[in-house]
Design a binder for this molecule. Sequence first.
Ligand code: FE
Length: 189
Amino acid sequence: MSVQMTVPADPVDVIFDILASKGDADYGGECVSQLQHALQCAMLAEQAGAPSPLIAAALLHDIGHLIDDRAHQMRDSGVDARHEAQAERYLKQWFGPDVTQPVRLHVDAKRYLCATDIAYWDSLSDGSKKSLEMQGGPFDRTEELEFIDLPYARDAVMLRRWDDMAKLKDAVTPPLKHFRPHITSALLG
Ligand code: FE
């Protein structure tokens, strides 16, 4: 009798399969696809000299939209699917808090920036302004101070700024495989 050995899949392959196969979904009514958005966000993080875990977080911050088929439907009916919490739960099987926490906090970082930077709200896309309301609107002063004290909150704010810039139609980015070394090095040992 032969025994079949199953070799566990490389997590990076699993993740890249999701991005490559589902990433052509539109990005919340923006003019870029989910995959283009993820690549632009990771490219901006890399250009800013971010460490590998934060580049991984930038690439994967919206994976919650791709692993939950109900997400689009819920958003269209005005319900927040909490994609950032779904992404955190999913990613923590492979990554530590230096990846999962900026991802989890990237929506609250928008609420923080809207409360602390007057020009920020103005700069948001219409889609992002709309989802802000579903996400609870700008933080009040107490929430703002509590947020920025959290571990990885500052990383989440940086990620948020790249996220908001990563919506350019026709921007040229490196291919997905370019980011593999960053993702691999961010995996839990
Ligand atoms: Fe995003």
